[in-house]
Design a protein around this ligand. Structure first.
Ligand SMILES: [Zn+2]
Ligand SMILES: [Zn+2]
Length: 344
C-alpha cells in the first residue's frame, strides 16, 4: 500500500509499505480522507528522527474493509471515522473517564501508524459512525471534538459575548459552535485578514486583526462588559495575554492552542486572574466517558443538523501522491488556507 513517510525535516516521501492486518477487536479501514492537523505540521518540522518512522495523520474517515476477531456491530462496507487515542483503560485516569490524562496511551498517527497511508488498523471501540457525511466532512469530526471538549464543560451561553483568538480550523469551528449555542457577540481575532473574512462567514459578528488594533481596544469598544468566554486556539503568546485581558469578571478562558515560545505576563496582567476571579480552563484532546465520549457523537450530529458547515474550511485537497505539495501550501503560507485535505 502507499503511505506518506517523512524523510527529514519538511520532506515527505510516498513509499510502498506492507498492508496491515486487523488483529482481534480491530478493523481495517481503507482511508478515503485525512486532514493535515497543526500537530502534524509541528511533527514534520521537528528536529527528531522518530518522525521519519511513523506515518502521521489522525483526522480521517474511510471504509471498513476487514474485521478482526471479536468485533461486534461493525461490518465490511461500513463507513466510519475513529478517535485516534488508544488509552490504557486500566489506570485511575481511564477509570475516571479522563482519557486525555492517561500516561500509558498510544495514538494513531503519532505512536502507531496513522492515516496518511491507504490502510489503517483501528480498535473497534474507537470507531465513530458517520451517517451520510462525506468522507471529507467526516475527517473534520476530530477537530470539531477538540472544540467541543472544553465547550461541553460550559453552562448555557445564550445571549453571552465570546471571543475566539485564532481563526484557523479550530477557531473557525468554535465560532460556528458558539453561534449554534446562541451567543450574542462573537469576536474573532487573527493576524490574517483572509482568515478574519472566513471567521465572519462562519458567524463572527466582530473581527479584530491585533496587528492593526489591539483586541483589548476592540472588546472595550464593542462589548458591554468583556467576554464571558474566551476560546484561545492560536497558541500565540500575545493572544494568551489578551485572552486574560478581555475576559469579564468571573469569565472563563479556554486554553486550547499549544504554545511553542515563552509567554511573559506583566504582574498586573497575571493578577487579573485573581482580581477578576477568572477561570482558566486547560483543555487537552477530546475524550470523555463512555469512550470516546459525547464530543464525537455531538460533532457528527452538529454537522448532520447543519449547525456546523465544514465545506468552506476545506481550502485545499490533494491526492496522497502529492502530500508534499499539501505541506508546502502550509509552509509557504502564501495563499489563504485552513484545512488541507488528503484524499485516497
Ligand atoms: Zn489533531
Ligand atoms: Zn490509562
Amino acid at each position: 500500500m502507499k503511505a506518506a513517510l517523512r524523510n527529514g525535516i519538511k520532506k515527505v516521501d510516498v513509499i510502498e509499505m506492507e498492508k496491515p492486518e486487523p488483529q482481534a477487536n480491530e478493523v481495517l479501514i481503507a482511508v478515503k480522507s485525512c486532514g493535515i492537523c497543526g500537530s502534524d505540521i509541528v511533527r514534520i518540522q521537528e528536529d527528531n528522527p522518530k518522525w521519519d518512522k511513523i506515518v502521521l495523520g489522525h483526522e480521517f474517515a474511510g471504509e471498513i474493509v476487514a474485521v478482526g476477531e471479536g468485533v461486534e456491530g461493525w461490518n465490511v462496507g461500513d463507513r466510519a471515522s475513529a478517535a485516534p487515542l488508544m488509552p490504557c483503560m486500566k489506570c485511575d485516569k481511564c477509570a475516571q473517564g479522563n482519557y486525555s490524562l492517561c500516561k500509558s496511551y498510544s495514538f494513531i498517527g503519532s505512536r502507531v501508524q496513522g492515516a496518511f497511508g491507504e490502510f489503517l488498523r483501528v480498535p473497534a471501540r474507537n470507531l465513530v459512525a458517520i451517517g451520510d457525511l462525506s468522507y471529507d466532512q467526516a475527517a473534520f469530526i476530530e477537530p470539531i471534538t477538540v472544540c467541543l471538549h472544553p465547550i461541553l464543560r460550559l453552562e448555557n451561553l445564550l445571549g453571552k459575548d465570546v471571543v475566539v483568538t485564532g481563526a484557523g480550523t479550530i477557531g473557525l469551528l468554535a465560532i460556528q459552535i458558539f453561534k449554534a449555542m446562541g451567543c450574542r457577540e462573537i469576536v474573532a481575532s487573527d493576524i490574517s485578514d483572509g482568515k478574519l473574512e472566513m471567521a465572519r462567514a462562519m458567524g463572527a459578528t466582530i473581527v479584530c486583526n491585533p496587528m492593526k488594533e489591539p483586541l483589548e481596544e476592540v472588546c472595550e469598544r464593542e462589548l458591554e462588559d468583556g467576554a464571558h468566554v474566551v476560546f484561545e486556539s492560536s497558541g500565540a503568546a500575545p493572544a494568551k495575554i489578551s485572552a486574560i485581558n478581555v475576559a469579564k469578571g468571573r469569565g472563563k478562558i479556554l486554553l486550547v492552542g499549544t504554545s511553542h515560545a515563552p509567554i511573559t505576563f506583566t504582574g498586573p496582567e497575571f493578577e487579573r486572574i485573581s482580581r477578576q476571579e477568572l477561570e482558566v480552563i486547560g483543555s487537552w484532546m477530546n475524550y470523555s466517558a463512555p469512550f470516546p465520549g459525547a464530543e464525537w457523537t455531538t460533532a457528527v450530529w452538529m454537522m448532520e443538523a447543519g449547525l456546523i458547515n465544514v465545506d468552506p474550511l476545506k481550502t485545499h485537497t490533494f491526492p496522497i501522491e502529492q502530500i508534499q505539495d499539501a505541506y508546502d501550501v502550509i509552509y509557504k503560507n502564501e495563499e489563504l488556507w485552513a484545512k488541507v485535505m488528503i484524499n485516497f
